[in-house]
Design a protein around this ligand. Structure first.
Ligand code: PSU
Ligand code: MN
Length: 310
């Protein structure tokens, strides 16, 4: 852990203790709570994800900003406040300073969470889907991709949602040396479905293999992330063409409404959820829990082998 953190950081006792003792910790994002899922599913999910980690003996470190304080690890009442609030910010990396200075509250995106987690010394992060290059060639590219390019961290996700241009997203990750690893798969997972049809050139079949690849990657002096992509569990996965119609409708609506910037992703997520009914929500929750479990196992292996990123 960084020896001295800036005063606006607030770590829970459990997180601070685990980091100083080298015990396993997994970071969790909070935009999925504030902008990705409806209440009360969001709070249920946050609790389930944290429980899943505790069960594995791993300390959960959900990152969020509360009245300008950067929280690493969330208490139940703070989390509930954030999950219920309907006017909180969505905070990517560049928004953190503003939120601290203006004492704002919000959920951190994949990028925002990585920035914070790296600064406190967390090496493993679980999320659902990363942001990416949007469809339509309009130049909307998530800052998640830049952050993955420059932060040494294992990020576990279920690929990226097909609301994005998956081919362009993969090209970006390749250009920026982000090592995309298929977890027990050769195919880049497409969030709701297990396969996107885009083949990956790296695969790992166990958490040990992921950890070993990560260790060598960072030993080479690279500073980019390892993106571990885990296919959604079969029981909750959806047929790809089932979601595609909803996605096309949502993308069209977003462009007709002239949405831009940070509004785009939450709008698409919410519309796709509405248009596909409860099934997509079940899928979303199922894959998040599954990713959390894989991330927890990786973090345990890291702690066990005293793996530290330089
Ligand atoms: N994809 C999802 N669910 C989410 C997000 C993405 O399937 O909740 C959230 C994540 O927090 C991600 C953010 O970091 O959206 C990306 O937003 P943008 O495209 O504005 O960078
Ligand atoms: Mn965007």
């Amino acid at each position: 852990m960084a020896t001295k953190l800036p005063p606006f950081y607030h770590l829970t006792q459990e997180v601070s203790n685990a980091l100083s003792k080298g015990l396993p910790v997994v970071a969790l994002e909070s935009t999925v709570i504030t902008h990705g899922l409806p209440f009360p599913d969001n709070i249920q999910l946050a609790n389930d994800m944290q429980q899943e980690l505790w069960k594995l003996g791993v300390v959960p470190a959900m990152v969020a900003v509360l009245e300008g304080r950067i929280m690493v690890g969330m208490q139940a009442d703070w989390l509930e406040g954030l999950a219920k609030a309907d006017r909180v910010y969505k905070l990517s990396s560049r928004d953190l300073a503003r939120a601290v200075v203006k004492k704002q509250s919000g959920g951190t995106t994949v990028a925002g969470t990585m920035t914070v987690a790296h600064q406190v010394g967390i090496q493993v992060f679980a999320t659902g889907g990363i942001g990416g290059v949007h469809r339509g060639g309009g130049g909307d590219v998530s800052a998640d991709l830049m952050q993955l390019a420059e932060t040494p961290m294992v990020v576990v996700c279920a690929g990226a949602k097909a609301i994005l241009d998956l081919a362009a997203t993969l090209e970006y990750l390749e250009t920026h040396n982000v090592l995309v690893v298929g977890y027990q798969t050769n195919d880049f997972p497409a969030f709701y479905s297990r396969r996107s049809g885009h083949l990956l050139n790296s695969r790992a079949d166990s958490v040990e293999e992921v950890a070993e690849i990560a260790r060598v990657h960072w030993k080479m002096g690279l500073r980019s992330a390892i993106l571990v992509t885990v296919p959604i569990p079969d029981e909750v996965s959806l047929e790809e063409n089932k979601v595609e119609n909803a996605i096309q409708a949502a993308v069209k609506e977003a462009s007709q409404k002239g949405l831009h910037g940070q509004e785009v992703t939450p709008y698409l997520l919410e519309r796709v959820r509405q248009l596909t009914g409860g099934e997509s929500l079940k899928a979303n929750l199922g894959l998040l829990l599954n990713n959390t479990r894989v991330a927890g196992e990786i973090a345990r292996f890291f702690a066990h082998s005293q793996m530290h990123i330089v």
